[in-house]
Write a protein that binds this ligand. Structure first.
Ligand SMILES: NC(=O)c1ccc[n+]([C@@H]2O[C@H](COP(=O)([O-])OP(=O)(O)OC[C@H]3O[C@@H](n4cnc5c(N)ncnc54)[C@H](OP(=O)(O)O)[C@@H]3O)[C@@H](O)[C@H]2O)c1
Length: 287
């Protein structure tokens, strides 16, 4: 069985490739250019193409049985997703596993959530076998916080105080691989959530303990955060993320024990925790 992975050179897609290989699947990755060095594991086929170019998507899908569909956050995310889905449907794909986001239906004012909600609607409408994965806030996002935590001594992400759902990329990848290589996942939507929620103050306290110094949560002044981010990313992207963080704060993004229990059953183990990630990362940074 051959599976096409979009986003296979990125964080989640790369982990999905690894999990699929472990399960004996043949894997092809769609990427816009030749990945650097040994970024693709041995035995993985590469299809150079672009999700905005339907012809290249069609070529990448030749001889493919199933599709893992991940779309990067972009202004044309919805178009990219619907091109991949539409071409795959026309070519008779057997199954699509789609990477969405937790509580997608409650954040319709956040552009990248709204795109994913529209794609989910298409998946439910057109009769192709599908699985939807809805992960929380990626635990591995915080790998980028080394300078803030080790240098400035701050936890800078405005994730609020109430507690939000987190997700380990490795659990997302396992769930994706299970849905693509085992039966019984057609029409299923799985929330991918860690055993405990995370918050600004609790993460700051955890890192304080691990790094042996005081780490302060910088709070959630969304106007100020968006303003700062405009100098580091396109302003539409700063707006999109601000709306997401503000939505977490205004509406909540909390996972439940029921959701954790369902994922535990799917994976066959307890989902990975932020606490373990932080401990391993702190040890790595100290070394
Ligand atoms: N971060 C979070 O907390 C979080 C939580 C829930 C859901 N999500 C969702 O996760 C997704 C991002 O996953 P990630 O972190 O794994 O992304 P990533 O590491 O940034 O990787 C993005 C991938 O998309 C590919 N790509 C981008 N534009 C493309 C195009 N036009 N045609 C073909 N491929 C293209 C890139 O390939 P090349 O550049 O190599 O071509 C790369 O492999 C987004 O949909 C986001 O909304 C994120």
């Amino acid at each position: 069985m051959k599976i096409l992975v979009t986003g296979g050179t990125g964080n989640v897609g790369g982990a999905v490739v690894t999990e699929l290989l472990k399960r004996g699947a043949e894997v092809r990755v769609l990427a816009r250019k030749q990945p650097e060095g040994d970024k693709l594991p041995a035995g993985v086929e590469l299809a150079i193409g672009d999700l905005l170019d339907p012809g290249s998507v069609e070529q990448a899908l030749q001889g493919v049985d199933k599709l893992f569909l991940l779309n990067a956050v972009a202004t044309d995310e919805l178009t990219q997703a619907l091109i991949a889905y539409g071409v795959a449907k026309r070519m008779g794909i057997n199954h699509v596993t789609y990477l969405s986001v937790f509580k997608v239906d409650q954040f319709r004012d956040v552009p990248h959530f709204a795109s994913k909600l529209a794609v989910e609607s298409a998946l439910r409408e057109f009769g192709v076998s599908y699985t939807i994965l809805r992960p929380g806030y990626y635990i591995q996002n915080d790998l980028h916080l080394k300078d803030a935590l080790v240098g400035a001594g701050v936890y800078p992400m405005p994730i609020g105080t109430a507690g939000i759902a987190a997700a380990d990329v490795r659990d997302i990848a396992e769930a994706a691989a299970i849905s693509l290589t085992e039966d019984g996942h057609d029409g299923q939507t799985y929330d991918i959530v860690a055993p405990a929620t995370i918050s600004g103050p609790s993460n700051a306290a955890m890192w304080s303990k691990l790094l042996g110094r005081e780490i302060k949560y910088t709070g959630h002044n969304f106007d100020q955060w968006e303003q700062t981010m405009r100098s580091r990313m396109p302003s539409w992207s700063a707006y999109d993320l601000r709306m997401m963080f503000q939505g977490y704060f205004d509406r909540g993004f909390e996972s439940t024990e029921t959701e954790v229990a369902r994922l535990t059953k799917l994976l066959g183990h307890t989902p990975r925790s932020y606490e373990d990630f932080a401990a391993q990362t702190a040890a790595m940074w100290k070394a």
